[in-house]
Ligand binder design. Structure first.
Ligand SMILES: Cc1cc2nc3c(=O)[nH]c(=O)nc-3n(C[C@H](O)[C@H](O)[C@H](O)COP(=O)(O)OP(=O)(O)OC[C@H]3O[C@@H](n4cnc5c(N)ncnc54)[C@H](O)[C@@H]3O)c2cc1C
Length: 408
C-alpha cells in the first residue's frame, strides 16, 4: 500500500460505453477524470454488437465516425427478424437505415480514448470509503498492489455485476433474478438465415433469450436462461432446432465459446439503482437494458447524464442524487417504455416498426404470433413481473413518467 494519495475530481469504474460517455462530458467540462478498468485494454466484451440507430447517432455526435477496425463483418445490420414456434417469421428494418455491427473490443477502446479522460487499465475497484465530502477509492493493480485515490465523485459504470453497486448495497444481488447468456461460434456449412439481420426466437422451450447472427464468417448461436442450467445442453438444443426447423447447417462449435451473468429485469419493472450521495450508478449497472437485450444506446445516454449531473451539481451547488434522478428520468422513460404493453400497443417505443410489420402479415399469422408471444411471456411468470409491469404502465399513463420512488 502506498501512502501518497492522488486526488482527482471523478473516478469512473469500468472502461466501457457508459464510462466513455460520462468521461466525455466531464473531461470536456474540465473535470479531472480517471477511468479505472480491471482488464487490459483493449479488452474483449461479450456482445452481439448491434448498435441501435440512437446509439449510432450518439457515437457519431460525441466521438465521430466509427473506425473500420471497430466493426465486425458484416459491418452493418439492417434490422431484426423475430421467429416464432408456429414457424412464422417477421423482419423489421431499423428506422433510418442500417446500423453498425460493433467489434466491442475496439469500439469501446476507441470511445474511451476519444473521451479524452485518463485511463488506468488492469486496475480493479476494490472498495470505497467516505471521507468528509470525498471518497477514498481503493484499487488493486495487476500483481496485487493496492493503490488509493481520493475523489469528489465516483461513477459506477461497471456493468451488470457492478462492484460499485455491491459496495453500496451488499444485499442487492440477492434481490434480483440472475440470468446466464452464452454464445458459441460455428463455421457455416449452409445458413438460410439472412445475414443482414439479427435473429431472435420467441420460443419458450429454447430459453429466455435465443439468438443467432453472422459474424466474421461464422454463425453465432446464443442462448439465455435462468442461472443454474447447463449451457452446453441448452446450446445444443438450439443448434438442433435451427438445423431441423430452419435448415441451418453448422460445423461443431469452435473452442472460443463464452458467457456471462446478466441482470435482465430492472428496466421492465422500473427498479433502477442510481447510487447514494456522491456515488452514481449508470449504464447496465443501473439496470438499463432495452428490448431484446440492446444495452449500448441506454448505456451511452445514461452515462452522459451521470457526467452532466455531476457538472450541474458542482457548478450550481445542488444535491447530486435528486439532480441525477431528475435528469436520468428521461432515459428511464425511453427504456421502460420499450417493455410497457400499452406503449407497445399504442406507441412506437422501439427503433423498428413492430406494429407495421405485424399488420403486414395475413391475419392468421398475426394471431399465431400473438399467441406465441403470450406463451413466451408466460416463461417469465415465476418472476411475478406481470403485475408490476401493468402497475408501472398505468402509472406512466397517469403521471406521464415512471415513479422515482421505485428506484434505489
Ligand atoms: C451476449 C450479449 C449480447 C449483447 N448484444 C447486444 C447488442 O447487440 N446490442 C446492444 O446494444 N447491447 C447488447 N448487449 C448488451 C450490452 O453489451 C451492454 O448492455 C452494454 O455493454 C452495457 O454497457 P456498460 O457501459 O453499462 O457496461 P459494460 O459494457 O458491462 O462494461 C463494464 C466495464 O466495467 C469493467 N469492470 C467490472 N468490474 C470492474 C472492477 N471491479 N474494476 C474496474 N473495472 C471493472 C468491465 O471489465 C467492463 O469493461 C449484449 C450483451 C450480451 C451479454
Amino acid at each position: 500500500m502506498t501512502n501518497k494519495i492522488r486526488t482527482v475530481d471523478v473516478i469512473i469504474v469500468g472502461a466501457s460505453l457508459a464510462a466513455a460517455a460520462a468521461a466525455k462530458r466531464l473531461h470536456d467540462a474540465g473535470f479531472e477524470t480517471l477511468i479505472i478498468e480491471k482488464r487490459e485494454l483493449p479488452r474483449h466484451k461479450i456482445c452481439s454488437g448491434i448498435l441501435s440507430p440512437r446509439g449510432h447517432r450518439f457515437m457519431l455526435e460525441n466521438f465521430g465516425p466509427i473506425p473500420q477496425q471497430a466493426l465486425h463483418a458484416p459491418t452493418a445490420c439492417r434490422g431484426v427478424t423475430f421467429h416464432f414456434p408456429s414457424m412464422v417469421s417477421m423482419s423489421m428494418d431499423f428506422f433510418g437505415g442500417t446500423t453498425p455491427h460493433l467489434h466491442r473490443k475496439y469500439a469501446d477502446h476507441w470511445a474511451i480514448e476519444a473521451s479524452g479522460a485518463e485511463v488506468q487499465d488492469q486496475t480493479s475497484f476494490i472498495r470505497m470509503q467516505p471521507q468528509g465530502d470525498d471518497q477514498i477509492v481503493t484499487t488493486r493493480k495487476k500483481g496485487g498492489v493496492e493503490v488509493q485515490f481520493k475523489c469528489r465523485y465516483v461513477i459506477g459504470a461497471d456493468g451488470p455485476s457492478s462492484p460499485v453497486l455491491r459496495a453500496l448495497y451488499p444485499d442487492y444481488p440477492q434481490q434480483i433474478p440472475w440470468f446466464f447468456v452464452g454464445q458459441k461460434f460455428h463455421e457455416i456449412i449452409d445458413c438460410p438465415l439472412d445475414d443482414e439481420y439479427f435473429h431472435f426466437w420467441f420460443h419458450p422451450e429454447l430459453g429466455h433469450y435465443t439468438w443467432s447472427h453472422a459474424r466474421d464468417g461464422r454463425q453465432i448461436v446464443g442462448v439465455g436462461f435462468k442461472r443454474g442450467d447447463n449451457f452446453h445442453q441448452r446450446h445444443q438444443r438450439v443448434a438442433n432446432y435451427l438445423q431441423d426447423k430452419h435448415g441451418v447447417r453448422l460445423k461443431p462449435a469452435d473452442a472460443d465459446h463464452e458467457g456471462c451473468a446478466e441482470n435482465f429485469g430492472p428496466s421492465l419493472i422500473n427498479r433502477y439503482v442510481f447510487g447514494k450521495g456522491n456515488v452514481l450508478i449508470t449504464g447496465q449497472a443501473a439496470g438499463f437494458l432495452n428490448m431484446i437485450g440492446e444495452g449500448m444506446s441506454c448505456a451511452l445516454h445514461s452515462g452522459a447524464i451521470a457526467g452532466e449531473a455531476i457538472i450541474e451539481s458542482a457548478i450550481h451547488n445542488r444535491a447530486l442524487q435528486p439532480l441525477y434522478r431528475d435528469m436520468v428520468s428521461t432515459e428511464v422513460r425511453r427504456t421502460t417504455d420499450q417493455w410497457n404493453p400499452l406503449k407497445i400497443a399504442f406507441g412506437r417505443p422501439h427503433e423498428a416498426d413492430f406494429p407495421a410489420a405485424l399488420m403486414a402479415l395475413p391475419l392468421k399469422d398475426r394471431l399465431k404470433i400473438l399467441r406465441d408471444m403470450w406463451r413466451f411471456a408466460c416463461l417469465y411468470k415465476e418472476f411475478k413481473w406481470g403485475r408490476e409491469i401493468m402497475r408501472e404502465s398505468i402509472a406512466r399513463l397517469k403521471h406521464g413518467h415512471y415513479l422515482s420512488k421505485r428506484w434505489l
